[in-house]
Design a protein around this ligand. Sequence first.
Ligand SMILES: *[C@@H]1O[C@H](CO)[C@@H](O)[C@H](O)[C@H]1NC(C)=O
Ligand SMILES: *[C@@H]1O[C@H](CO)[C@@H](O)[C@H](O)[C@H]1NC(C)=O
Ligand SMILES: *[C@@H]1O[C@H](CO)[C@@H](O)[C@H](O)[C@H]1NC(C)=O
Ligand SMILES: *[C@@H]1O[C@H](CO)[C@@H](O)[C@H](O)[C@H]1NC(C)=O
Ligand SMILES: *[C@@H]1O[C@H](CO)[C@@H](O)[C@H](O)[C@H]1NC(C)=O
Ligand SMILES: *[C@@H]1O[C@H](CO)[C@@H](O)[C@H](O)[C@H]1NC(C)=O
Ligand SMILES: *[C@@H]1O[C@H](CO)[C@@H](O)[C@H](O)[C@H]1NC(C)=O
Ligand SMILES: *[C@@H]1O[C@H](CO)[C@@H](O)[C@H](O)[C@H]1NC(C)=O
Length: 439
Amino acid sequence: MAAGGSAPEPRVLVCLGALLAGWVAVGLEAVVIGEVHENVTLHCGNISGLRGQVTWYRNNSEPVFLLSSNSSLRPAEPRFSLVDATSLHIESLSLGDEGIYTCQEILNVTQWFQVWLQVANPPPSAPQCWAQMASGSFMLQLTCRWDGGYPDPDFLWIEEPGGVIVGKSKLGVEMLSESQLSDGKKFKCVTSHIVGPESGASCMVQIRGPSLLSEPMKTCFTGGNVTLTCQVSGAYPPAKILWLRNLTQPEVIIQPSSRHLITQDGQNSTLTIHNCSQDLDEGYYICRADSPVGVREMEIWLSVKEPLNIGGIVGTIVSLLLLGLAIISGLLLHYSPVFCWKVGNTSRGQNMDDVMVLVDSEEEEEEEEEEEEDAAVGEQEGAREREELPKEIPKQDHIHRVTALVNGNIEQMGNGFQDLQDDSSEEQSDIVQEEDRPV
Ligand SMILES: *[C@@H]1O[C@H](CO)[C@@H](O)[C@H](O)[C@H]1NC(C)=O
Ligand SMILES: *[C@@H]1O[C@H](CO)[C@@H](O)[C@H](O)[C@H]1NC(C)=O
Ligand SMILES: *[C@@H]1O[C@H](CO)[C@@H](O)[C@H](O)[C@H]1NC(C)=O
Ligand SMILES: *[C@@H]1O[C@H](CO)[C@@H](O)[C@H](O)[C@H]1NC(C)=O
Ligand SMILES: *[C@@H]1O[C@H](CO)[C@@H](O)[C@H](O)[C@H]1NC(C)=O
Ligand SMILES: *[C@@H]1O[C@H](CO)[C@@H](O)[C@H](O)[C@H]1NC(C)=O
Ligand SMILES: *[C@@H]1O[C@H](CO)[C@@H](O)[C@H](O)[C@H]1NC(C)=O
Ligand SMILES: *[C@@H]1O[C@H](CO)[C@@H](O)[C@H](O)[C@H]1NC(C)=O
């Protein structure tokens, strides 16, 4: 969420602090701001008028001489010089110049003044900003941090686009009410530091309302458990996820209990209902994602059913198997006579006369249609025929065919297969010849 600003070139801020107490308490509140490679002047107290001999020291563990107004003493470094015979002028500042400086002035009495030279630095990394729901209220809190610098930076929160100022502070925290928020709105934090870049660094947050993903229907068996899931996406700041039931109006928030287990992992929430009962649990459940940016709700219908018992399932499977067997054996009986009939048809004048009479007189048209089909499909397709044809054949027909089998010549059935083959090959060659003929 944080958009970085480039780290500025270090500059130096010089703070002249009145750190010396008591007897040398002369006005030392002057603050001098400089930059690295630039010059700075430290005053030896805020005294006007006649000045005595001034000597400057650098306070480390022991005072180190820097320079004096006594011209017979050489400055410790050429960078140091005196301005107006009292103030310390340091050329080309560096970060190492940070520390305590002391000046000694000898007039009628000897006076000491201490100066705290602090080298200021901008924060070393880019500013960070984020949005969160303010605890205890339905407001949005914008926070901007830019740590590690001295002195504290300034924070300016503005709306983007438009640049409307939300607030300016040293803390970087702003509170926004719902009316100031809308889906997709951006807020930019512009930071500035006394030694930072002129343009400052910045970061941006974009607030987004939540979207919901859930399954619209769930089923639970009586006495069993069921888990409803609800997935929130896109929400920034993250939304608060609630489970509700609309048994009454307004809807009631489901509280965790021995029967209701609510878990949340990131922006995914689950509601597990134990020991489902139709009276208590069937109905609409609502998953709600609450955010100051927007509220989304989704309904889930839970139906509670009686569990299937295993005995029932096994019984059903067995019945289905038996039914299947019955159908197959019926079909076998059903189709065998077809071959018998064909035997009769292709060998007229033999012992099949009674079969012919029965079939021809009552089923003539249907049998003719079927014969064509049989011939086209061929004898190898016999097995498939058994599956495909029976639906169209009325029950009455079945009886006739059985009759035909009973009356037919059993011996002839064996040859019938061969006869059928001959029959169909004849038919096929006929078709080929027809196709060859010019139209
Ligand atoms: C610092 O002081 C020196 C000598 O007084 C001067 O020549 C130089 O221009 C100054 N530098 C800056 C950055 O002011
Ligand atoms: C000395 O301090 C007084 C008040 O604290 C201020 O008005 C004045 O400008 C200072 N003088 C110098 C030379 O800094
Ligand atoms: C700096 O030097 C002065 C004078 O010697 C001394 O009084 C003071 O305590 C020193 N301060 C530190 C922090 O060393
Ligand atoms: C200046 O310093 C020299 C050498 O330390 C010393 O002899 C001389 O007395 C000093 N002058 C004054 C006015 O303090
Ligand atoms: C310092 O001495 C001069 C005379 O030598 C006197 O006029 C002045 O008042 C004295 N200053 C202080 C602070 O004692
Ligand atoms: C339902 O959940 C409870 C508690 O976790 C468990 O003891 C029980 O075995 C579960 N029942 C079923 C049918 O999964
Ligand atoms: C609960 O919500 C469903 C779906 O919107 C609705 O049909 C039903 O009437 C509601 N029940 C109550 C008690 O409001
Ligand atoms: C499940 O609920 C029924 C009533 O709905 C209750 O009699 C039974 O004791 C419950 N079982 C468990 C394990 O809580």
